[in-house]
Design a protein around this ligand. Structure first.
Ligand code: PGA
Length: 269
């Protein structure tokens, strides 16, 4: 896993947005996997700025969101569809027909989840999946104990997640207890993952994700099995990492290689 530590939340947002923008420029028809939550707001704000000021073009981009609360319709102020419209889609030129968020009011959840997976496959799979992380180490709503091979399905939220997310609702009782979420297995199939974390409250989960064993108790740790993950962290979220100095050296070497000052050794014959 590549680990990039930035000084603060704003820099994390800018850095993550650069990865997304680079892909959108190179492949205008790319498929993005999108996340909700406080952490990704900086990334979306920077992408909106790039769209407005630099003409970053989302007109042919396709997107799939990770999850949605069960019971909330698309116009409910706490639904993730509403979050995406307010914080991203309404400010860029993406075609809303190309944006997909699970339907929290589907009549047949099992069929809807299967259809969601099928739709991702039909679009050619996710090129870049953006991920936040929960204090309990979840990715999407894959709570501790989720199978690492899981697919899109219904999931019961833990008390910790309900408490964490209560800040967006009037009170804790209003937080739905069930969500539709892409599975860990679904996420692992994306071509590249961008894990974003900010703040002290994520430090322990980040250490366990990056330096702990792979375990269903910390579903983000399954990312260690993925072929291409970039973790972009602020100082606080990176605080408990033991190999921070090494990650810094790796980034330094990458910068030198990109600038041509250092070349990888040619393979021996
Ligand atoms: P947050 O949520 O960005 O609001 O902290 C992340 C998550 O729970 O996945």
């Amino acid at each position: 896993m590549r680990v990039i530590v930035e000084p603060d939340r704003d820099e994390v947002g800018r850095r993550a947005a650069q990865f997304v923008a680079e892909l959108v420029r190179r492949r205008p028809t790319c498929v993005l996997g999108l996340a909700t939550g406080g952490t990704v707001l900086g990334t979306y704000a920077e992408l909106i700025r790039m769209h407005r000021e630099e003409g970053l073009d989302f007109s042919r981009v396709v997107s799939f969101n990770l999850d949605e609360y069960v019971g909330l319709g698309p116009t409910h102020p706490q639904s993730y569809r509403h979050f995406m419209q307010q914080n991203f889609f309404d400010h860029i030129n993406i075609d809303v027909r190309n944006t997909h968020v699970p339907d929290g009011r589907a009549l047949d959840f099992e069929a809807h989840c299967e259809q969601y997976e099928k739709h991702i496959r039909e679009e050619g799979g996710i090129d870049l999946q953006i991920l936040g992380i929960g204090g309990d180490g979840h990715i999407a709503f894959n709570e501790p104990g989720s199978s690492l091979g899981s697919r899109t399905r219904l999931k019961t939220l833990t008390e910790e997640t309900v408490r964490d997310n209560a800040r967006f609702f009037d009170n804790e009782d209003e937080v739905p207890r069930l969500a539709i979420t892409m599975g860990v297995g679904t996420i692992l199939e994306s071509r590249r993952c961008l894990l974003i974390a900010c703040g002290e409250s994520k430090a322990k989960a980040i250490r366990e994700t990056i330096e702990g064993p792979v375990t269903a108790q910390i579903t983000a740790s399954a990312l260690q099995l993925h072929r291409e993950v970039v973790a972009i962290l602020d100082e606080e979220a990176a605080r408990l990492l033991e190999r921070r100095e090494y990650y810094r050296q790796v980034e330094h070497a990458q910068t030198l290689m990109r600038s041509g000052q250092m070349r990888p050794l040619s393979p021996t014959r």
